[in-house]
Design a protein around this ligand. Structure first.
Ligand code: SF4
Length: 291
């Protein structure tokens, strides 16, 4: 290869390389937010139902729905025998109850059918991970993320579960390319790290996405991996554009931002009502919903 072409190829390879190695990102983010212990929280069948309830809703809503479902029926075997309308009523506080009730009923029915009348899914831990994932994915409404959650959180297997935060942070850091969709990201990310890194990666990236690398306004100034993040400048430019928008288009926002607030709060931030309920910590709720 002529020297000029070889140099060009090397340069283009260098420019495509993500700025932060995945192992460095896991280490730095774990130092910032960890350490993380993967302690199973629910048995696999309960985790599966909880995962269905948590689709497209907040943690708080899904926890409330799950707690009420177990309070109403006592066991998943009883849920499997219940009418869809009864399940729907029990999970009505969790959102999308009309969709999720028949799905829960169908999933439990199918497990009973495939697993000789038992809802015990611990046998999955004895299978090679790809087979266990395939088994779960034959169930209605169980995609790669839900399967990953059950295998990882309940059975301690090194399965990837890519949620919106993990997907966003991985894309911004250049660990996955812009054309990789969420389903494909499971394969790409799982192949990009050794099995023992999968859970720390999950916990570190999700925490980073929630606390610092937020969807609308990433706090790049507080980010421990910003030194090599290929999106850092892009995000700074986008944020500058976003903060300029209300001043030009929204007279109410402009008025709030231009005046010192007598309550000393940041512009646009609401004061918490005195009688508002105190938020319950997530860990406490998870403990309470253990069957
Ligand atoms: S530098 Fe900014 S965009 Fe990049 S990972 Fe950190 S917070 Fe996210």
């Amino acid at each position: 290869m002529p020297p000029k072409t070889a140099a060009k190829t090397r340069q283009s390879r260098r420019s495509k390389k993500p700025g932060v190695a995945i192992s460095d990102a896991i280490r730095l983010l774990t130092e910032a937010y960890g350490p993380f212990e993967n302690e199973p929280r629910l048995d696999p069948a309960h985790e599966l139902v909880f995962t269905i309830l948590s689709q497209h809703t907040s943690d708080r809503n899904s926890e409330r729905a799950f707690r009420n479902l177990m309070h109403t029926f006592g066991t998943l075997e009883a849920v499997a025998e219940a009418e869809v309308a009864e399940i729907e009523e029990a999970i009505s506080g969790g959102g999308l109850a009309r969709v999720k009730a028949p799905r829960i009923k169908d999933v439990l029915g199918m497990i009973l059918e495939l697993n000789q009348g038992s809802l015990d899914l611990h046998f999955l831990a004895e299978m090679p991970m790809d087979e266990a994932r395939k088994w779960l994915r034959q169930l209605p409404g169980i995609g790669p993320k839900s399967a990953g959650i059950i295998l990882s959180f309940s059975l301690g297997m090194p399965a990837m579960a890519v949620d919106t935060h993990i997907f966003r942070v991985s894309q911004r850091l250049g660990i996955i390319g812009p054309k990789v969709n969420a389903d494909k990201a499971h394969e790409v990310l799982e192949a990009a790290m050794p099995p023992e890194d999968v859970y720390p990666f999950h916990a570190a990236f999700i925490t980073h996405g929630r606390q610092v690398c937020k969807a609308q306004r990433p706090r790049c100034g507080d980010c421990v991996v910003s030194y090599g993040c290929p999106s850092r400048d892009e995000e700074a430019i986008r944020q500058a554009a976003v903060s300029a928008e209300p001043a030009e288009t929204d007279p109410v926002s402009r008025e709030t931002a231009d005046n010192d607030r007598p309550d000393g709060q940041a512009p646009g931030r609401r004061r918490r009502r005195k009688d508002a309920p105190t938020p319950v910590p997530h860990t406490q709720v998870v403990k309470e919903i253990q069957p």
